[in-house]
Design a protein. Structure first.
Length: 485
C-alpha cells in the first residue's frame, strides 16, 4: 500500500510529519482492533482526529476506542468507509484486494500503511524505536515507564497493553515518542527515529523474507535510518548485532553496545535470582554504576533492561532514577502474566510464538514460580512459521514436563502453507526430541482433561500469539469449580 495521490498539501503534510492538532483530519483504519493499529487509533483520537475503522473481531481494544469516540464496525464492506473519510490506513496484514482498500482507491483517497502513519506521527518528535526479533513490546513499555517516572512525559505506541501505562498508547507533553519497530514487511523502515535499539536478529517472518541474510540487510537499513545526532543501542551478545556494531560508522548515529557475556559499553555482571527475578551490577565503559533489580522475570529481561538503560541515559535520565524505575516495572499483558491461582495450581499466559521466546519464557517461568511440574499449552502461530522453524520449535520445549499442542493458528497463510505442516507434525517432532507431547485439536477441548491431571504446585503456561489465552481463562474457571480450596 502506498499513497495514492501526493498532490494535495494535506498528504504532503502527513508525509513530512503530523501536527499535534489533528482536528482537521479524518482517518479510517482497516483492522483497527490489532495491537499496533488500536494504539495508533487511540493516539489519533487524543490528538483530536476523527477516527473510524473496521475489524472482523470484537475486542476490548475496540470497546475502549468506541468509548473514546471512534466509529467502528465489524462488517467489512465498501460502505464501512464513512463519507467524510480523508485518509485510509491498513496494517501489513491487510491484503491488497481488501474490499475497503478497493473502495478507497475508487474514491481516490490516500492510503497509508500503519508504519507510514506511525512514522509521520514520530517525525516531529524525538523518536525512540525498539526493534528486534524478540522483546520489542516489553522493552518499549519498560523504556516508556522509565521516561514517565523521570517526568519526561513521552508519547508512545507499543504492541501490548500495559497496566502501568494505562494501555498500549498515550500522548504526552514531552518531546519523546517511543514506538515498537516491527521488521515484518520492512515496516520499521518507515520510521526515522533519533535513537533506536536492536535487541536481537534471528530468522522469522520467512513468509516475507528470503532468509536470514535478507533479514540482516533490513535491520542494517533500519539502523542507517537513525538520525546521525542520535544513538543506536546494539546487543553485543547477539552475533549479528555485534557484527553490525563493528561496521556502522559515520555518518551513521553513534553506537553503544550492551551485553551480559560480551565486551560492551553497558555491561551486566554478578547476575543472581532474587525472589524470582534477576539482580545484577551495571557498568558503563568499565565504570561501575550500581546494582539493579529487575521487576520482571527472565535472564532475557536483563538484556532488555540494559537496552532501556542505554536509551534512557541518552534521553537525559539520571542513573538513580533509571535504577529505581527498572525495579518498579511489572511488565505488559500476555508476557509471563499470572492469570490466576486455584488450590495451588498457577495459570500463566504468554505471547511467545518463536523458538527462542519459548525457551526463554519456560526458563523464566521456572525461575519465577519454581513449579513442581510445568505444563505448556502451545498454539503455533502461522503454518509458514511452523514449517520453516519446525525442528527448532521441537527442541524448544525441553524445560516443559508436558506439552499440549492444538491446531495451528491460521493467519496470513496460503492454502499451500496450510497443507505443508500440521500441529501433529510438531507433536511428533517434540516426541522425537524426548518430550512428552500430545495433540488436542480444539482449544475448547483442552481445559477439561487438563484440569483432571493437575495437582497443587503445578504451573500451566498457555503460550502463543493467537487465541490461546482463552484456554487460560477456561482452565481457571474449571479449576475453580472442581478443585477444593
Amino acid at each position: 500500500m502506498t499513497v495514492v495521490s501526493t498532490d494535495s498539501s494535506s498528504v504532503r503534510a502527513l508525509t513530512r510529519g503530523l501536527p499535534t492538532d489533528l482536528r482537521q483530519f479524518s482517518f479510517h483504519l482497516i483492522g483497527i482492533g490489532g495491537s499496533g493499529m488500536s494504539g495508533l487509533a487511540a493516539l489519533l483520537l487524543r490528538h483530536g482526529a476523527r477516527v473510524s475503522g473496521s475489524d472482523c473481531n470484537a475486542s476490548l481494544a475496540i470497546v475502549r476506542l468506541l468509548e473514546q469516540g471512534a466509529r467502528i464496525t465489524t462488517r467489512q464492506a465498501a460502505d464501512a468507509l464513512p463519507v467524510d473519510t480523508q485518509y485510509v490506513v491498513g496494517s501489513a496484514a491487510i491484503p491488497e484486494q481488501h474490499v475497503e482498500l478497493r473502495e478507497a482507491t475508487r474514491r481516490g483517497l490516500p492510503i497509508f500503511k500503519y508504519a507510514e502513519l506511525l512514522g509521520a506521527l514520530m517525525r516531529p518528535r524525538h523518536g525512540i524505536a525498539i526493534s528486534g526479533t524478540h522483546g520489542k513490546s516489553s522493552t518499549s513499555a519498560w523504556l516508556t515507564y522509565v521516561l514517565k517516572r523521570a517526568g519526561l512525559d513521552p508519547s508512545f505506541v507499543i504492541g501490548a497493553e500495559c497496566d502501568q501505562l494505562a494501555g498500549g498508547s498515550g500522548v504526552g507533553d514531552g518531546p519523546h515518542f517511543v514506538a515498537e519497530a516491527c521488521e515484518y514487511d520492512r515496516s520499521f523502515l518507515h520510521l526515522r527515529p533519533r535513537s533506536a535499539a536492536i535487541l536481537n536478529i534471528e530468522e522469522d517472518h520467512l513468509d516475507y523474507y528470503s532468509g536470514l541474510d535478507d533479514i540482516v540487510r533490513a535491520f542494517e537499513r533500519f539502523a542507517a535510518g537513525v538520525l546521525d545526532d542520535g544513538l543506536i543501542a546494539l546487543n553485543a551478545d547477539d552475533a549479528r548485532c555485534r557484527r553490525m556494531a563493528d561496521t556502522l560508522h559515520a555518518p551513521h548515529a553513534p553506537v553503544e553496545t550492551f551485553a551480559i557475556d560480551a565486551d560492551a559499553t553497558w555491561r551486566a555482571s554478578g547476575l543472581a535470582i532474587e525472589d524470582g527475578t534477576y539482580g545484577f551490577d551495571v557498568s558503563r565503559a568499565g565504570r561501575p554504576l550500581g546494582r539493579v533489580r529487575c521487576g520482571v522475570a527472565g535472564r532475557h529481561n536483563v538484556s532488555n533492561a540494559l537496552a532501556v538503560i542505554a536509551l534512557a541515559n541518552h534521553a537525559g535520565v539520571a542513573w538513580e532514577r533509571i535504577r529505581a524505575a527498572l525495579a518498579e516495572f511489572r511488565g505488559v499483558k500476555r508476557r509471563l502474566e499470572l492469570r490466576g491461582e486455584v488450590a495451588g495450581v498457577r495459570v500463566v499466559d504468554d505471547y511467545g510464538h518463536h523458538p527462542t521466546e519459548i525457551r526463554a519464557t519456560l526458563q523464566a517461568a521456572r525461575d519465577r514460580f519454581a513449579p513442581q511440574r510445568l505444563w505448556c499449552v502451545f498454539q503455533p502461530h502461522q503454518h509458514s512459521r511452523t514449517r520453516f522453524l519446525l525442528e527448532d520449535f521441537a527442541r524448544s520445549f525441553t524445560l516443559a514436563d508436558r506439552v499440549i499442542v492444538p491446531d495451528i493458528y491460521f493467519v496470513r497463510d496460503t492454502q499451500r502453507d496450510r497443507e505443508a505442516v500440521s500441529a501433529e507434525d510438531l507433536v511428533e517432532r517434540i516426541r522425537q526430541q524426548g518430550g512428552d507431547a500430545v495433540y488436542i485439536p480444539c482449544l475448547d477441548a483442552i481445559a477439561e482433561p487438563l484440569s483432571r491431571e493437575l495437582k497443587a504446585g503445578d504451573l500451566v503456561l498457555t503460550m502463543g500469539a493467537g487465541t490461546i489465552w482463552k484456554v487460560a481463562d477456561a482452565l481457571i474457571h474449571r479449576l475453580g469449580a472442581e478443585l477444593p480450596h
